[in-house]
Structures are given as structure tokens and as C-alpha cells.
Design a protein around this ligand. Sequence first.
Ligand SMILES: [Fe+2]
Length: 240
Amino acid sequence: MNDRIYVDSPMVAEPKPFDFRESFDFFGDTDFISQAPSNAIDVQFSKSMVELQDACHPLCMDLMKLLGMGLELDDEDYFVRRSKWLQDNKSPSYKTFRALYYPAIPENIEIPVGQARVKEHSDHGFITLLFQDDTGGLEVRDREGNWIAADPIHGSIVVNIGDLLEFWSGGYLRATKHRVLIPELEIQKRISRQSIVYFLHPDSQTTLSPLPSKLIKKYHFSSILSGDFAEAKLAGVKSY
Ligand SMILES: [Fe+2]
């Protein structure tokens, strides 16, 4: 995916009951702002989003390098080299920058069983950077299956491992299951929640093949293009 696309609706059909949220996504390169119809998006809002996205890039590079070191790869820049979009912003990638808004829940509406602000899931990509406000509500699942509140810490960014990195590392690194439930306390239902997420993804032409790491003992795949992996995920393919 290398075209300039902006959407204000979920990329895939929501399972029922739908998640109680709104989202606004950026894909691909960011030149679209100058070309988008002026009434399509708020230009200042979009510029701010792009500035924040660009400001994330040094952190993205550091995190990719740290992952290379953590996996004891000979080339600690292994992942950085496969993310040219970090430098030129033109290389096709499924990286996505998303603004998420969870509205206050109106009084006197019936919440269907199973409805959440975001149901349990893991993110599709490599890693995700999450900026959350101080409202709270995010929970992450540990290896024993327990849900733990990821309470906001001022000045911090949550980093989640995504499905692609779990796959690429042969399961050595686990994708983080997470969710945001409808608050049980009435007073908390009346508070909206805002977050911004950056889904990092390697270049679409990157071949995902077994990583040169002695920490990873077993692989169950030979190779797949990063872009093909992403498309399969979006199509709902569960295994490869
Ligand atoms: Fe997520």
C-alpha cells in the first residue's frame, strides 16, 4: 500500500456488537495533506498529526535497534534496514497512524453483552506505540491469562508487540493481547477517552524469513513478504 489514503472509518468490518469508538487513520506517505480536499479533513489537525508522527521516528529507530540487540542479531540494525519508510517516507509500508476517540457513553442506553470500547485483540503489525490520556481503561493480558490494568503514566508511551513480530520471531516474542472495556462505574462512563497509536510495519517488500538469532530455536515458515502478511491479516487469515 503506497497510495495516499485517508479514512474516517474502520478498515475492516467490525464484528458485532461493534466497538464503542471512532477512529481516523493515516496511511502511506503524508503528501496527501496538500492534495486532500480542504473540506475532507481539518488541515491543521492533520499537520499536527504528521508532526507527531515524524517526531516518533527517532524513537522508532531506537526501538528497532533495541529489538535487534535483544534478539542478539549480528546486525543490530537488521530491523532499521528493513524500514526505509523511516528515512524517506515514500517506501510502501502498512504503517498506520491513528487517532482514536472513545465517546462518553450516554445515559439510559442499554449496553449489549460483549460490547467494549475495544474488544480483546492484538495489533497486526511489528510494534505499536500508544499515547493515551489519563482516563485509563486499557488492560493487557499476561502469559498466565490475567488481565492487568495498564494505568497511564504521565510522559510514558506504551509499546505493544504486534502479530507480525510474533510471526517473524517464530513466537519468541508474543503479540500483546489488550482491550478497553466499558467502565463499570457510572461516573467513568460519562468520561470520554482519547488515544493516538502508531502501528509500525516493515517495508512491504521486506521478506519475512527466519531471523538470524540463536535465541529462536524453531521456525514453522520459510518466507513471506511483509505486505502479503499484512494483507492476509486484514483479510482475516488466521494462520500461514
Ligand atoms: Fe490495539
